[in-house]
Write a protein that binds this ligand. Structure first.
Ligand SMILES: C[S@@+](CC[C@H](N)C(=O)[O-])C[C@H]1O[C@@H](n2cnc3c(N)ncnc32)[C@H](O)[C@@H]1O
Length: 269
């Protein structure tokens, strides 16, 4: 693993810790959502693809299968703790390289990758135009960009249902929804040097498994997870409320909530 000298931001520490602990449950929720965006890239064997904010690496495995052993997958993430999990999961794959860096300033050669992909890893940039301009620089002239990001909180039952169940109807953290306005996404990507920008809505019921699995993961990640992990004293009161609300949905074996995302695709102009 190379280290591009990024400092792991302290506010992200608890997020990374929670994610690293529950990545299998998160992957169950997110796998199909990421695959829809990945499919848009139409990757073929031998290509090089960059996974932005690759986290614990499920998408690295999925990308590696698509580009084959003669291709190359580069995964970048700012959180070393998540890259450690990704490194374990991809250790058997010689064509996966992990880079610890702030993706906004990722120092890869210009025109060196065929495709840039992300599953929910592009919403936290301080300067989105600078970040996407950097991806535009790294992409080959005929390269492709595809990512998924969240629609607004009120569209996302996966996020607002747990918040309401716990008595926090509004999310404290707006960052996951920073690309929820499709017009803004269009503007950012056009300013960063992309065209053929398409922002397509997708809604799907997702699950991490039964009521216990969903209770556990929703207390760790997402908007409610952020509130609980930063205020651990409230967990004992929030947990039974959330469990009861999830039980009331009726399906104890596969407890599903609707996720509303944008599938964004673009090409360098
Ligand atoms: C919501 S998680 C998604 C992780 C992974 N893509 C997945 O779907 O499992 C967002 C990821 O983006 C990473 N991230 C956030 N800001 C970043 C930045 N500026 N540069 C690189 N990675 C970043 C986080 O560390 C985290 O792993």
């Amino acid at each position: 693993m190379t280290d591009n000298n990024a400092i792991e931001p302290d506010p992200q520490y608890l997020h990374a810790k929670a994610w690293a602990e529950e990545y299998e449950l998160v992957d169950r929720q997110f796998s199909s959502l990421g695959l829809i965006a990945m499919q848009e890239l139409q990757l073929v064997h031998g290509e090089t693809v960059l996974d932005v904010g690759c986290g614990t690496g499920q998408t690295l495995l999925q990308l590696a299968e698509r580009v084959g052993g003669n291709g190359h997958v580069l995964g970048v993430d700012i959180a070393g703790r998540l890259l450690e999990v990704a490194a374990r999961r991809t250790a058997h794959l010689g064509h996966v390289t992990l880079i610890k860096s702030d993706a906004q300033i990722l120092d890869l050669p210009s025109h060196s990758v065929d495709a840039v992909f992300s599953r929910f890893g592009v919403m936290s940039f301080n300067d989105p135009v600078a970040a996407f301009s950097n991806f535009r620089r790294i992409l080959k002239p005929d390269g492709r960009l595809a990512f998924c990001c969240w629609q607004a909180l009120h569209e996302n039952e996966l996020d607002h249902f747990p918040l309401e169940a716990a008595g926090f109807p509004k999310a404290a953290d707006e960052r996951p929804f920073s690309l929820s306005d499709p017009q803004y996404v269009q503007t950012v990507l056009a300013t960063a040097g992309f065209d053929a920008v398409e922002v397509r809505p997708h809604k799907e019921l997702v699950t991490s498994g039964d009521v216990e699995a969903m209770t556990r993961v929703l207390l760790k990640v997402g908007p409610l997870g952020k509130i609980v992990r930063e205020n651990p004293a409230i967990q004992s009161t929030v947990e039974p409320k959330l469990r009861k609300a999830l039980e009331s949905l009726g399906d104890q074996v596969s407890t599903r909530l609707a996720a509303a995302i944008w599938i964004v695709t673009a090409r360098p102009n």
